[in-house]
Design a binder for this molecule. Structure first.
Ligand code: ASP
Ligand code: MG
Length: 423
């Protein structure tokens, strides 16, 4: 007998019929003799709809009240699933995040889990009930207010609960079959990855793959919780995300590159004509940090001979573009740069794979593939297991396809893939 946490995304519980379908699936897991904890997302587009409603009432809703509102989405689906399970003849108890012991910081809209005290969950399991926990929410340790953990964070609730309950693994159910070598909507020959390391999944999630919430993967790695990403619409095995030492081995040894991620959500700012003196770059990035903006890549040019001025470019989330520009404009005279350029018609393409640690030539192959497709590279950044480039937005799809082919990831025949939403 195992203790398993199963998380169902919004697309799996979009209407009454699908809630009943999920209930039947949960029943099968229970009848197989497992202790079962369910983490559930809000039905379909409920969270978006609640957000729209809030904005129609108030242009800048109070964060505390927005969290009170948004958490009701998950309460609905949790209670409804409990009803459906009870009709199938099994006791089920739904809990809010707070009742389940999810203790968080008080950063409304983006709270972090500090601790999980799952006393009530454990007691209900001991009494034989199926437990259902509303995802993406908790209660702040200091203020005792209801919090949310960020969009898509029911994944994180699930993995955090699995760790706190010492579950054997965590299953994340959505409407796609697993993690793919690239977005199947761009690359028809993309393949499902049977298993992938935590490190690779972290890089994929941090660089645009939307199938798993980034913090969920961080949590899984830290607590060593194997995560099985799979579809709630089929019985097919999905993708296992696990520790490199727990991998089956063979697949690992073959693939140098596990996948290609892409991200269209960033913009690039170029600070033109920065005096090439100690402290100027620090001042620029202090200003950006002061505006609470996270940056990703940075490139500094070689100073121009004679002028002793240089350009510094960096990427940031597009949604923070205005904030960053305004903050820099305010200190332009102080820092002494000449101009600011803003470009949001860019995209980032990343090749990810633990195999590049031990294989030289990966960068050359990637850049050759881009050159072959006539794509100009704007910026470059690397980690031990990732190479990312910034390219013009219109070239992103071609860049992903070129890299996918160059690293031998294309499936033989065209895989029939249902490219869902990943929710
Ligand atoms: N319902 C929330 C959202 O749409 C949380 C989740 O689905 O994980 O972001
Ligand atoms: Mg999701």
């Amino acid at each position: 007998m195992a203790k398993i946490v199963m998380k169902f995304g919004g697309s799996s519980v979009a209407d009454a019929e699908s809630i009943k379908r999920v209930a039947r699936r949960v029943m099968r897991a229970k009848q197989a003799g497992n202790d079962v904890v369910i983490v559930i997302s809000a039905m379909g587009d409920t969270t978006d709809d609640l957000m729209d409603l809030a904005l129609r009432v108030s242009p800048q809703p109070a964060p505390r009240e927005l969290d009170m509102l948004l958490t009701t989405g998950e309460r609905q689906s949790a209670a409804l699933l409990a009803m459906a399970l009870s009709d199938l003849g099994h006791e089920a108890r739904s809990y809010t995040g707070s009742q389940a012991g999810v203790i968080t910081t008080s950063a409304h809209g983006n709270a972090r889990i500090i601790d999980i005290t799952p006393g009530r969950v454990e007691k209900s399991l001991d009494e034989g009930a199926i437990v259902i926990v509303a995802g993406f929410q908790g209660v702040a340790q200091d203020t005792k207010d209801v919090t949310t953990l960020g969009r898509g964070a029911s994944d994180t609730t699930a993995v955090a609960l699995a760790a706190a309950l010492n579950s054997d693994f965590c299953e994340i159910y959505s409407d796609v079959d697993g993690v793919f070598t690239a977005d199947p909507r761009i690359v028809p020959g993309a393949r499902q990855i049977p298993e992938i390391t935590y490190e690779e999944m972290l890089e994929m999630a941090a660089n645009g793959a939307k199938i798993l919430h980034l913090r969920c993967v961080e949590y899984a790695r830290r607590e060593n919780v194997p995560v099985h990403v799979r579809s709630s619409f089929s019985e097919k095995p999905g993708t296992w995300v696990k520790d490199i030492n727990d991998m089956e081995g063979t697949a690992m040894e073959q693939a140098i590159i596990s996948g290609i991620a892409h991200d269209r959500s960033e913009a690039k700012i170029t600070v033109v004509g920065v005096p090439d003196e100690a402290g100027r770059a620090a001042h620029i990035f202090e200003t950006i940090a002061g505006a609470d903006v996270n940056i990703d890549m940075i490139v500094q040019n070689v100073p121009e001979v004679g002028t002793n001025r240089t350009d510094i470019s960096f990427t940031l989330p597009m949604t923070d573009g205005k904030k960053a520009i305004d903050a820099l404009r305010a200190v332009q005279a102080e820092i002494g740069f000449e101009d600011l350029l803003y470009n949001d018609q860019i995209g980032k393409v990343s090749v990810v794979g633990v195999g590049m640690r031990s294989h030289p030539g990966v960068t050359a192959k990637f850049f050759n593939a881009l050159a072959g497709a006539g794509i100009n590279i704007g910026m470059i950044s690397t980690s031990e297991i990732r190479i990312s480039v910034v390219v013009p937005a219109e070239d992103v799809d071609d860049a992903v396809r070129a890299a996918h082919t160059a690293f031998g990831l294309d499936a033989e025949g065209q895989a029939v893939v249902y490219a869902g939403t990943g929710r």
